[in-house]
Design a protein. Structure first.
Length: 733
């Protein structure tokens, strides 16, 4: 039996309660127990003593989960309730005091309540559950107490509801507010549009509060730990506030709330609200490396701090985000609302503004890009995929849908993107809603380089070193490993299916044969490079013809951001008369020194090496580029003591200075869902000398049994955005 305080009615001025008195309900579920936290009751298995009920229950309840806190009213006395679960329907078991002369009915009011919109329902006691409707069924009676089973329809709009009991005797009647609950999507319910028929995937894409986001390069993939924290204290309230701040709600609250039964609609709203380009969204994007009036996008290690900052500031934008931050926050919000979601990274991602599936670079005679740089190839770009049905589209397009909250282009007047079926991208079906051409270009666009001479003439350059849409990645289910999902977006290169998809997309550029002059060039590295080191890169040039060629080779290294914006030079070489014998190969080295790149390296830790081989006699231009990732030192994390629930724990976090100079202004930031109530920041007052360790200890208090991830970020004057993590398995007290 559970006891709840007296519940106030919903305030018209504040539609969200800081502590909802009902739990967050889903639909039917067969999930395992999960752990949430804070001031919200998440219908977690740990809240119930009935082990049989635990085995059948997901994290929340029928629609949207299967069971929930319920309350009764007895002449102003304290409200009490009991819980129930069902394999088939999402339920709440309620006990009310009965009288044979009373007639009872229930009024349920949602956001902007309207029976036509489906956000208000009034229903009497019934003898059986009615499919697809709100029903209250008598399941038992003891003395004057009735046990009722309240069932929710699987297509009801999500949001905050008020439940009232109306009782009448003869000519008299009275109404009592029993409490409030929040209705969410439920991937455990076969009738829900987000139903996912895999317990392992439901656990990963709904219940897991931590994961990885993949960054770096296609040739050097780097996993970045992230604390999603969708069950942390206050996050659900913030997510509902986010829905209520979207412009569609502000224009017409009733219509907006009625459409919240659709994950397609909700996903599109979230995609637009995570950025703030045309609303009071969460994050402001910035890519120019000037973050002095905010927080660098590379600093963040979780969504919780970002969302709490947004809410506590009165829904003012948080500075700053970049693509993986936008995607991670969207993932947190969508998982919190019950939509299975994962973060996806696309390497060599194209930003095609004019929908011609072509990225054109116009370069000067030294190979440097000139003019408009709005269309670029990013080293990587992150978005999210959410699992849902698409009744608005043809069969076969249900399942994973791509949504991109990074503000790049407007869609129907708003900076949002998707949802678009991943299957439609693979098939080249660009008429599919929403924004299929833009996502298709991100993974399939062609790249053309033009060299402009002093006389104004343009010459096409051959560049075989850049292929768009490589190694599309997400975290594996249940494992700390990368899963390659490129095959879900693209058919194998050169296959008949790929050719048909390109024809369907009218992507004729990809069907033309690449020009082959018999000359080839590649940029190679001899070893992995670490921050603070000097190293060599090599231009490998091959002459596959029977003639000797005399060429000019320009080699240039520049720092670069992950989105392709170039910084200062850090190494150059210009060979005016390079002789290449028939059927020969030459290797030309370029030395890159730490003293040259240390002061101009961005937080992306990237250097772009470009080689331009020109043969003036025949107007031949051969271009090769390669980005190099400089690896940060490892953060080491030691757990001191045995992790036990609700028992203090200490983590020792350290990093060795790999540079030849001291590190100043050293700061460790630590957080982890279920391990820390809030983000912890520890400063080191003294400089850390070369070869010495920066070391701190952090107190933890594990709240829940199970596997958690402690995520760490390190910042200093010369080393920035160094990430680390440690899995922590917490046992029962």
């Amino acid at each position: 039996m559970l006891t709840l305080p007296q519940t106030p009615p919903i305030s018209s001025g504040d539609p969200l309660l800081s502590e909802p008195q009902f739990s967050h309900l889903y639909k039917r579920s067969q999930g395992k127990q999960a752990v949430g936290g804070g001031g919200y009751n998440y219908l977690l298995g740990t809240a119930f003593e009935d082990t049989e009920a635990k085995s059948r229950r997901g994290p929340w309840g029928d629609r949207h989960l299967e069971a929930g806190w319920a309350s009764t009213y007895q002449q102003g006395a304290s409200q009490t309730g009991s819980c129930g679960a069902s394999e088939d329907q999402g339920l709440i078991l309620l006990k009310v005091w009965a009288s044979s002369s009373e007639r009872k009915s229930w009024t349920l009011a949602g956001p902007a309540p309207s029976e036509e919109a489906g956000t208000r329902a009034r229903f009497p006691l019934s003898d059986a559950v009615e499919e697809g409707a709100w029903t209250a069924e008598v399941v038992g009676q003891q003395d004057s107490a009735l046990s009722l089973q309240l069932s929710t329809p699987p297509n009801a709009p999500i949001g905050l509801y008020r439940l009232s009991l109306e009782a009448s005797t003869g000519y008299q009647g009275s109404s009592f507010v029993l409490g409030h609950f929040i209705l969410l999507f439920n991937p455990w319910c076969p009738g829900d549009a987000v139903y996912l028929d895999s317990d392992e995937e439901r656990h990963e894409y709904i219940l897991t509060q931590h994961g990885f986001i993949y960054q770096g390069l296609a040739t050097f993939i780097k996993n970045i730990p992230w604390n999603f924290g969708q069950f942390e204290d206050g996050i659900l309230d913030i997510c509902l506030t986010l829905l209520d701040m979207n412009p569609k709600f502000l224009r017409d609250a009733g219509r907006d709330c009625s459409r919240r039964s659709s994950p397609v609609y909700v996903g599109r709203v979230v995609s637009g609200m995570v950025n703030c380009n045309d609303d009071q969204g969460v994050l402001l994007g910035r890519w120019d490396n000037n973050y002095g009036d905010g927080i660098s996008p590379m600093f963040w290690i979780g969504s919780v701090d970002i969302l709490r900052r947004w809410k506590s500031s009165g829904c003012q934008r948080v500075k700053y985000g970049q693509c993986w931050v936008f995607a991670a926050v969207a993932c947190t919000v969508l998982r919190c609302l019950g939509i299975p979601t994962r973060v996806v990274t696309n390497y060599n991602s194209a930003h095609d503004q004019n929908s011609n599936l072509l990225i054109e670079y116009f370069r000067n005679e030294f190979g440097e890009i000139q003019g408009d740089k709005s269309e670029m190839i990013w080293n990587f770009h992150c978005w999210v995929e959410s699992w849902m049905s698409r009744p608005d589209l043809q069969p076969g397009y249900e399942g994973w849908q791509a949504l991109d909250p990074t503000p790049q282009e407007k869609s129907e007047g708003t900076y949002c993107c998707g949802p678009v079926p991943v299957r439609a991208i693979k098939e080249g079906d660009l008429s599919t809603k929403y924004d299929a051409p833009f996502v298709f270009a991100e993974v399939n666009a062609d790249v053309v380089d033009w060299i402009r001479q002093d006389d104004g003439s343009m010459h096409k350059s051959i560049n075989h070193s850049l292929v768009v849409g490589l190694k599309i990645s997400t975290k594996s289910v249940g494992r700390d490993e990368r899963q390659d999902i490129t095959h879900t977006y693209k058919y194998p290169e050169g296959s008949p299916e790929e050719r048909e998809a390109f024809k369907r997309a009218n992507h004729l550029n990809k069907l033309t044969e690449k020009e082959d002059t018999g000359m080839a060039m590649r940029i190679r590295v001899s070893q992995s490079m670490s921050m603070g080191s000097d190293f060599d890169v090599f231009a490998y040039i091959t002459n596959n013809t029977s003639e000797e060629h005399t060429c000019r080779l320009l080699l240039c290294a520049r720092t670069v951001s992950y989105n392709g914006i170039l910084g200062p030079e850090c190494g150059t070489k210009d060979l005016l008369n390079l002789s290449l014998a028939p059927f020969s190969e030459k290797s030309i080295p370029l030395r890159i020194l730490y003293e040259k790149y240390c002061d101009c390296l961005t937080e992306s830790n990237l250097i772009k090496v470009r080689g331009l081989l020109t043969e003036p006699a025949v107007n031949s231009y051969l271009l090769a580029e390669r980005d190099i990732y400089l690896e940060n030192p490892e953060i080491k994390i030691r757990i001191l003591g045995e992790p036990k629930q609700k028992r203090k724990l200490v983590a020792e976090v350290s990093l060795r200075n790999p540079l030849t100079t001291p590190l100043s202004d050293c700061i460790f930031t630590v957080e982890g869902a279920g391990l820390t109530e809030e983000q912890k920041v520890v400063e080191i007052p003294d400089p850390v000398e070369a070869g010495e360790d920066a070391k701190v200890r952090v107190d933890l208090l594990p709240l829940h049994v199970g596997r958690h991830k402690l995520v760490v970020n390190f910042e200093s004057d010369k080393l920035k955005a160094v990430k680390g993590f440690r899995n922590v398995i917490v046992g029962p007290a």
